[in-house]
Design a protein around this ligand. Structure first.
Ligand code: AP5
Ligand code: MG
Length: 221
């Protein structure tokens, strides 16, 4: 199955995508992660997008669609895809259709993570990740098992990072961008009866279970 996880910043797209990768061997395609890797490696794209990302604004459609297109070239058709943070505009949604068609793929389901915006700032400002393996944590909702000293559950690293755009001002801009440009692509998929709405405010494990139910319901088609 090829699915899109759609939801505002902090909705849990990355958290849930990582679980699907682990459980089903699907492949997570996160444009946010790809762009952060480009920034870190100081590639020409990375240098171009850093300030835009830090401000919480959207990077150009051309840049992100090219990243997705490049990733798909190397992926066997049998691997299911999870789009995380892409598409984010009407133009990207159309570009994605074209890219998938070139690979004889299609979107099977769009899973909307419905969340209460007031909770998102807390989720995002409390977030941190393992500097070594990238596993995601939260100060209040998901601490590593070992906290003294703080140690990654997955790789044992003692180093953790916070994202440069995880501050309140950038988060507010990211939410505004979501409302103005990303939420309006839902009707594009609703018209094709592809959207399932999941309660993103529930406990992380419950959200995973709801997503699993959607996959079971539509996976056999
Ligand atoms: P991107 O990296 O996609 O960021 P985002 O959309 O703002 O979303 P986040 O990654 O912040 O949230 P998430 O939904 O993954 O939440 P998470 O699972 O981590 O994009 C960053 C920037 O890159 C953009 O602003 C833009 O500049 C650029 N960009 C990227 N893609 C682009 C595109 N297609 N077009 C143009 N520009 C693009 O969860 C958050 C926290 O909450 C975690 O700490 C987690 O532990 C916790 N949590 C998760 N679920 C729960 C739960 N159910 N209960 C309690 N806590 C929870
Ligand atoms: Mg994310």
């Amino acid at each position: 199955m090829n699915i899109i996880l759609l939801g505002p910043p902090g909705a849990g797209k990355g958290t849930q995508a990582a679980r699907l990768v682990e459980r089903h061997g699907m492949r997570q395609l996160s444009t946010g992660d790809m762009l952060r890797a480009a920034v870190k490696a100081e590639t020409p794209t990375g240098l171009k997008v850093k300030a835009i990302m830090d401000a919480g604004e959207l990077v150009s459609d051309e840049i992100v669609s090219a990243l997705i297109s490049d990733e798909l070239v190397a992926l066997p058709q049998t691997v299911g895809l999870i789009f995380d943070g892409y598409p984010r505009t009407q133009a990207q949604a159309q570009q994605l259709d074209q890219i998938l068609a070139q690979h004889r793929r299609k979107i099977d389901r769009v899973i909307e993570l419905a969340v209460d915006e007031d909770a998102l700032v807390e989720r995002i400002t409390g977030r941190f990740t393992c500097a070594h393996c990238g596993a995601g944590y939260h100060e209040k909702f998901k601490l590593p098992r070992n906290t003294d000293p703080m140690k990654c559950d997955h790789c044992g690293s003692l180093d953790f990072n916070r994202r440069d755009d995880d501050n309140e001002e950038s988060v507010r801009t990211r939410m505004a961008e979501y409302r103005a440009k990303t939420a309006p692509i839902l009707p594009f998929y609703e018209a094709r009866e592809l959207v399932s709405r999941v309660d993103g405010m529930a406990d992380m494990d419950e959200v995973t279970e709801e997503i699993e139910q959607v996959l079971r319901q539509y996976g056999a088609e």
